[in-house]
Design a protein around this ligand. Structure first.
Ligand SMILES: *Cc1c(COP(=O)(O)O)cnc(C)c1O
Length: 374
């Protein structure tokens, strides 16, 4: 038996939705892309959505749409997947890491403010584990200094901050539909926005910077004509993927409910255990519970981790502080040090949480975690 930390849940409806597309006229850039975009936009309360090939591509085109380039700094969290910072490098900009808050594990607004310089252009807050960042404070800081906010909501589709769904708050919000994420399209991502200008730029960057829109082109020579206006990419997503996405969206709330139930069971099991610190859910927020991360206090994390792996539990560690990776160390981040992030990294263990996880599996995880702490 092996219990992974995260896994997709695919049912017959999902399979049928994909098969239907395979029998249809369009395999890519057909009706399912627009349908999926509309479904996610409606769900999160955003005006516009641009579906792309993966979450990293979503972050990349969001940075491009915000005009990030050489000489620009963008502030993000060190406790995230590397893509949250790499997207800034892709555009020629410089990612800057602001330390996390020791309670929420999300980027700390006061640390963001310390890192702002004359060349800061944007903030990329990451809703780590699905728990929303302090968006009121982050929005206030962004307004004061004239910065873009691009939310990395790869963990947080369905999460809400003060009764607002993540995706309805900032300039742009990016989602990922990788199989371990809240819903899946196999590979996939999306940017949502309420800003029409940004939306138009996102659409351009998704497909080579090419348009057929007469209002955007400098001239129009007729039916065959199109123009490349920007250096864009091929970040398109297929109709096959989007059909799966539409079908998965119908189940998002059920998936979230399941994740909340599991988190509550883990909370109850570990709350009173001395060597375990359980994650906090902040007042006024509803986490998406993409991850359930415990901190091992005063005991060697690695021994506990190895023991749990040996017992067939796919525990994981999210994340190595991004600036610790050799690529970053070689590119000017060898002096970077975020104390809260490093302490958190030394203690963190992600436990299995996904809609497939049976009560028996949860009980087994709980028993093995308790045993490993002895
Ligand atoms: C998964 C993830 C991404 C990247 O998404 P992909 O779809 O895998 O490209 C970006 N940021 C965070 C925090 C993620 O967890």
């Amino acid at each position: 038996m092996y219990i992974p930390y995260g896994k997709q849940l695919i049912d017959e409806e999902d399979i049928q939705a994909v098969v239907d597309v395979l029998r249809s006229d369009y395999l890519t850039t057909g009706p399912k892309v627009a349908e999926f975009e509309q479904k996610v936009a409606d769900y999160v309360g955003a005006k516009y959505a641009v579906a792309v090939s993966n979450g990293t591509a979503a972050l990349h085109i969001a940075c491009l749409a915000a005009g990030i380039g050489q000489g620009d700094e963008v502030i993000t969290s060190p406790i995230t997947f590397a893509a949250s910072a790499n997207c800034v490098f892709y555009c020629g900009g410089t990612p800057i890491f602001a330390d996390i808050d020791a309670e929420s594990y999300n980027i700390a607004p006061e640390e963001i403010e310390k890192k702002i310089t004359k060349i800061t252009k944007a903030i990329i807050p990451v809703h780590y584990t699905g728990q929303p960042c302090d968006m009121d404070l982050i929005t206030k800081i962004a307004k004061r200094y004239g910065l873009f906010v691009i939310e990395d909501a790869a963990h947080a589709l369905g999460a809400s901050y003060k009764r607002k769904k993540i995706g309805s708050i900032s300039d742009m919000t990016c989602f990922s539909f990788h199989p371990v994420k809240p819903i899946t399209t196999g590979e996939g991502g999306m940017v949502v926005t309420n800003n029409e200008e940004l939306y138009k730029r996102l659409v351009l960057f998704r497909s080579h910077g090419i348009t057929r829109d007469g209002e955007l082109m400098t001239e129009n020579q007729g039916g065959w004509y199109y123009q490349q206006l920007e250096l864009g990419y091929n970040y398109r997503i297929t109709d096959i993927s989007c059909a799966l996405g539409c079908s998965q969206m119908n189940k998002l709330d059920i998936f979230l409910e399941k994740r909340c139930e599991i988190a509550a069971r883990y909370d109850d099991a570990f709350r009173e255990i001395n060597n375990i610190k359980i994650p906090k859910q902040l007042e006024g927020s509803q986490s998406g519970w993409h991850l359930y991360v415990i901190q091992v206090i005063g005991k060697k994390r690695k021994e506990r981790f190895d023991k749990l792996r040996a017992m067939g539990i796919g525990v994981n560690v999210h994340y190595i502080p991004v600036y610790k990776h050799p690529y970053y160390q070689k590119h000017g981040y060898d002096g970077c040090f975020c104390p809260n992030a490093e302490e958190f990294y030394d203690r963190a263990i992600s436990l299995p949480i996904h809609p497939n996880l049976t009560v028996e599996q949860q009980d087994y995880v709980i028993a093995q975690v308790l045993d490993s702490m002895k």
